[in-house]
Design a protein around this ligand. Structure first.
Ligand code: SF4
Length: 379
């Protein structure tokens, strides 16, 4: 009780350890449950044998938990030091990662998962992947969104350089954080991407770290307004298979193997906490399920920086609190941007802030989960 009242007067957000790099399969990150190995399959797609092989690898070398990232990647969790190298070798043998550590560390490229073979999204993505070595060395989190479907679908997914459609259906390249983009074509899209990333680095982008934080004037006229974002349900409906949702972005390897019925011939990753089971024409999970839009990091005991359990509380609050983020600490891994309601763990309790990012100055401090549930009428 005394501790809680002391915390109520604390007005400084706690310090969090910020890591300035992104894990890969060859360079994993230590988390509370062991090493975390990130996999980014080419074009965000895995064949059936690759998907089943990855499930087997997660069970054999990890703890069986698979996380889906908001950049359409996968993370195998709970890997021991001893198991890391055999796991990376198994992933390379399946063609899921580059056999070379440097090749595996390239900037992330997210595709709108409704792409079809030979369409503009796939064509540009393949051309970009072939020319990644022409890009300058970029800050660790900088990445690309190839979103050349009928209208942008990845607007709110993390990316720094976006290929989209404008109001007239023409292709544009848009720097993240800018309202408008520059006209491009399928043929010259990658040339423009390379030139814009080169400008980003020579104009001080490395100091900003991300395009949206880089205020320098663009090197080229960017006056094409992107088309309005497509509804998520429409994008999911256009994908070639059933949408399998994963609350908070986590799915167990056994659950995933069971979902791979005989109709599923491949799996596509999405940045919306779900997978597209190619070939399965069964009913999709509702992409608007609150459990798929609520953000909550793994929290304790998975992450050593957390002093609170996050996902049980988030699951209980999700139907009652729109635009919710429950964060194990002020780092805010699950959502770097602001949320309508954010609960940040600190010293075993939660700080509550509104329209804020994790760790922002709170309106209430030191709340226990039972107090929060009562506060939002979620009991
Ligand atoms: S936000 Fe969550 S996952 Fe990230 S460091 Fe803090 S407790 Fe860990």
């Amino acid at each position: 009780m005394e501790d809680r009242s002391r915390r109520a007067f604390a007005d400084q957000p706690p310090l969090a350890v910020v890591r300035g790099w992104c894990p890969t399969a060859w360079q994993p990150m230590m988390a509370g449950d062991g090493l975390l190995v990130r996999v980014r399959p080419r074009l965000g797609r895995m064949s059936r044998p690759q998907m089943l092989g990855l499930c087997d690898a997660a069970l054999r070398f990890g703890n069986g938990h698979i996380d889906l990232t908001n950049r359409a990647g996968l993370q195998i969790r709970g890997v021991s030091d001893h198991n890391h190298l055999p796991l990376a070798q198994a992933l390379a043998a399946m063609g899921l990662i580059d056999p070379d550590a440097a090749g595996d560390a390239h900037a992330p490229v997210i595709l709108n998962p409704d792409w079809t073979p030979g369409d503009d999204t796939e064509t540009i993505a393949l051309a970009l992947l072939d020319r990644m070595d022409e890009l300058p060395a970029l800050p660790p989190k900088v990445g690309f969104a190839i979103d050349a479907g009928p209208a942008p679908a990845l607007t709110h997914r993390p990316a720094d350089f976006r290929i989209e459609r404008d109001m007239n259906g023409a292709l544009i390249l848009r720097a993240d954080g800018r309202d408008c983009g520059m006209a491009i074509s399928v043929e010259n899209a990658v040339d423009h991407v390379i030139a814009l990333t080169a400008w980003f680095m020579t104009s001080g982008g490395a100091q900003a770290g991300r395009m949206a934080r880089h205020a320098a004037p663009l090197p080229q006229c960017a006056d094409r307004m992107p088309a309005p974002q497509r509804e998520l349900a429409a994008t999911i409906a256009a994908c070639p298979g059933r949408f399998l949702g994963a609350p908070f972005g986590r799915i167990d390897a056994d659950t995933l193997r069971m979902a791979m019925n005989e109709k599923v011939h491949a799996v596509r990753l999405t940045p919306w906490r779900g997978l597209i089971m190619e070939g399965d024409d069964g009913p999709s999970d509702n992409p608007a399920d609150p459990l798929l839009s609520t953000d909550a990091c793994p929290g304790a005991p998975g992450c050593p920086q957390a002093s609170v359990h996050t996902r049980d509380l988030a699951a209980q609050l999700a139907p009652y609190v729109a635009d919710l983020h429950v964060s194990g600490c002020a780092k805010g891994c699950a959502r770097p941007t602001q949320a309508g309601t954010v609960l940040t763990g600190r010293d075993g309790g939660f700080d509550l802030a509104l329209n804020a990012r994790a760790g922002a100055p709170p309106v209430r401090t030191g709340l226990a989960p039972s107090q929060i549930i009562a506060l939002f009428g979620a009991s």
